[in-house]
Ligand binder design. Structure first.
Ligand SMILES: Cc1ncc(C[n+]2csc(CCOP(=O)(O)OP(=O)(O)O)c2C)c(N)n1
Ligand SMILES: [Mg+2]
Length: 343
């Protein structure tokens, strides 16, 4: 089968516009706590999620919004959850990191690595109760240092469970470059459990779709788990207001509050030798530069890459985009109106 790129783009855009609205609500103070968006992951997610059918399960990390939007969850209930309102997916108690839908067999967790055990549990249940149905786990490359995720890879192989593990590799775990805290490679780790890792370009939704089509079909037939290693970038950094991004997006605002403490730390008499302190300062600045390089590349937006495939029919593209805008605006207006009503 061939992918329906129009539908893939539609789902990616629904997710992007909803998360853009979430960012506005968060900036206005209507959503409390940290906010991790999945902007930049849409192709990695759509290529897999758009092939799921009723009874398939989703185990998600702290960036659960895009897969749930694409899986068809009620957008108003999703937004109400983030706004902390009754009528949210979890009664407004869980927030954006703990989204849950029994109907869609979908759950997310803010505990890094928890998508692994959840997916194994879902897959075991599916094999017993709904043969032919699978589970998908989405997690970051940082989670590959978590024991429970590695145990899950092991168990899935030993029990030949129908799980597709999708490792979304943006190269960062908060402000830590993952390559600096990892022994060996992710691919070799997966191979160590007997999995055959498949590397995919997370900006190319059709590439993800084709690879996912194959591994999902195998899992449905009982041929066991798969491991996709999908490269991607987070357009907003780790979370909204990410200091690494702010330092180059708004250097004056971000650096000013740090200037005093940094100067005092450099000038004070005790503590580490000055050379060591300067080396550490240089290291922090190099992280800022690295973050800038990772995020300023115009090719880092999977929506732009996918949209380019559809430009041959601009009127259809315009109709699609207008319809998605209307859908998201209506969902946001409804959720926010219910917020006003509940105050
Ligand atoms: C068990 C656990 N340890 C640490 C954290 C704090 N934490 C939240 S997100 C994160 C980084 C995760 O990196 P990665 O898995 O690559 O996902 P990304 O944020 O890049 O999508 C960490 C360490 C946590 N939530 N849970
Ligand atoms: Mg990461």
């Amino acid at each position: 089968m061939e992918p329906d790129v129009w539908e893939l783009y539609r789902q990616m855009l629904r997710s992007r516009l909803l998360e853009t609205a979430v960012a506005r609500l968060w900036q206005a103070g209507d959503i409390s706590g940290e906010m991790h968006l999945g902007t930049g992951e849409e192709a990695a997610v759509a290529g897999v999620v758009c092939q799921l059918t009723d009874g398939d399960a989703l185990a998600l990390d702290h960036r659960g919004t895009p897969p749930l939007v694409m899986r068809g969850l009620n957008l108003v209930a999703l937004l109400r959850e983030m706004l902390g309102l009754p009528g949210g997916l979890g009664g407004g108690q869980g927030g954006h990191m703990h989204l849950f839908s029994q109907e869609h067999l979908a759950a997310s967790s803010g505990i890094v690595g928890a998508a692994g055990p959840m997916a194994v549990g879902f897959a075991l249940a599916n094999r017993q109760l709904r043969p032919g149905k699978i589970a998908v786990a989405f997690f970051g490359e940082g989670a590959m240092n978590q024991g429970m995720l590695l145990e899950s890879l092991n168990l899935a192989v030993v029990w030949q469970l129908p799980v597709v593990f999708v490792c979304k590799d943006n190269g960062w775990a908060i402000a830590t470059e993952s390559a600096l805290v990892r022994g060996g490679t992710l691919a070799d780790r997966a191979k160590g459990f007997g999995l055959a890792p498949i590397a995919v370009d997370g900006w190319d939704v059709t590439a993800v779709w084709f690879v996912a089509q194959d591994v999902i079909a195998r899992a449905r037939l009982g041929e066991g788990p798969a491991f996709l290693h999908v490269h991607c970038a987070h357009l907003e950094g780790h979370f909204l207001g990410d200091p690494l991004l702010q330092m180059w997006r708004r250097p004056a605002q971000a650096m000013l509050p740090a200037a005093g403490p940094l100067a005092r730390a450099l000038l004070q008499g005790d503590g580490a030798p000055l050379r060591e302190r300067l080396t550490n300062l240089k290291w922090v600045l190099s992280l800022v530069r690295k973050s800038q390089k990772d995020h300023q590349n115009p090719c880092t937006d999977p929506l732009t890459c996918t949209r380019a495939l559809l430009l041959a029919d601009e009127p259809r593209l315009q109709r699609l985009e207008e319809a998605v805008c209307r859908e998201i605006e209506l969902a946001v207006d409804t959720a926010v109106a219910s917020q006003a009503g509940s105050e």
